[in-house]
Design a binder for this molecule. Structure first.
Ligand SMILES: [Zn+2]
Length: 341
């Protein structure tokens, strides 16, 4: 039995559109998904979202009259129902997505930046429940951020607040897609995590050829036993498999004890911690919620974040802040979007 009206949450990404009918209490009642026709442009994508909404409403008998509205989480700068410059969606420079969807659907529609929506989801139903001041970061292609101050999402005057992935951690560092140099995201985005792991694997290959001659069978055996039989040994990947490496594989390998994966995620965590130490000094948050695929690695990633914050931030706010994993996981996007209405 659901109490109160349900709403539909849409997580619009460059590759997939995920949708869910969500109860007022934050329970997912039905799900739907579709590949994003990104090349078709905003019109086609709006039609896809409308089709998903119609499908979810129709497959929920008795629910249609009770759907309160549709919330959409969308990448890019989102303000007053208009989407501006979402990364990875070419041609979306000034799209009035909210008006487009309202003309297709007989329901109120609310649009918000995807990570802001996730942050609202964590505030309402997730790890941020009961907290008033926290930040939420999501690790994916880039590093997205959202800020809650005084129990409310802080958007800034034009909705661009919370771009925590673009905190500069190295003033003369590599160029970021935003135009700046040395942004945090430029070190901890999925592509860069994989690159770091691949470099370590290649170095191991090179050293391995020489080491084989000196290594005794005993140490080999001991190393393998520690890694365990169910684990993925990253150094055993061949050249063709190296191209298929994902952050999920690295996360899984780290949890199973793979030293290269652990080292890669430790470094990633330290770099995130460097950026978050500044955030802690600026905002004095109670919590930093870490979400996204890599966050599943757990302590391997979170401990170095905590350590680096303690090492760098002012002692009182640095010891005060708690670093926790997202409570909503893969559903954060649709659940967050559903809380918009
Ligand atoms: Zn940047």
């Amino acid at each position: 039995v659901t109490h109160g009206k349900s709403s539909i949450g849409i997580d619009l990404g460059a590759t997939n559109i995920k949708a869910a009918l969500v109860s007022a209490g934050g329970r997912i009642l039905i799900r739907g998904a579709m590949e994003t026709s990104a090349r078709g442009g905003p019109r086609v994508v709006a039609d896809q979202i409308a089709a998903l909404v119609t499908h979810l409403s129709a497959t929920a008998p008795g629910e249609r009259s009770r759907v309160r509205g549709v919330g959409v989480g969308c990448p890019g700068l989102v303000d007053s129902g208009v989407v501006r410059t979402p990364p990875n969606l070419a041609g979306w420079d000034e799209v009035p997505l909210q008006a487009m969807l309202e003309s297709l659907l007989d329901l109120p529609v609310k649009i918000e930046n995807d990570v802001n929506a996730v942050t609202l989801g964590e505030l309402r139903h997730g790890a941020g429940r009961g907290y008033r001041d926290f930040v939420c970061i999501t690790l994916g292609t880039g590093l997205g951020g959202g800020i809650v101050l005084g129990g409310k999402l802080y958007r800034g005057p034009i909705g661009s607040a919370g771009e925590l992935g673009h905190v500069t951690i190295k003033y003369d560092g590599p160029r970021c897609r935003c135009g700046n140099r040395g942004c945090l995201e430029r070190y901890v985005g999925a592509e860069y995590i994989m690159r770091r792991a691949a470099d370590k694997i290649k170095a191991k290959w090179r050293n391995g050829e020489m080491a084989k001659r000196t290594e005794t069978p005993t140490t080999q055996h001991r190393a393998r036993r520690r890694i365990g039989s169910v684990s993925i040994d990253l150094t055993r990947l061949d050249k063709s498999q190296l191209g298929q490496l994902t952050v999920e594989i690295i996360g899984r390998a780290a949890r199973a004890g793979d030293p290269i994966a652990i080292e890669t995620l430790r470094e990633t965590g330290e770099l995130i911690g460097v950026g978050m130490a500044s955030v802690v000094n600026i905002l004095n948050p109670e919590l930093i919620i870490v979400g996204g695929g890599v966050a599943r690695a757990g302590r391997v990633l979170l401990d170095p974040i905590r350590q680096e914050i303690r090492r760098r931030a002012f002692p009182f706010p640095g010891r005060f802040v708690r670093v926790v994993r997202s409570a909503l996981g893969d559903d954060a996007g649709v659940l967050g979007a559903a809380t918009l209405v």
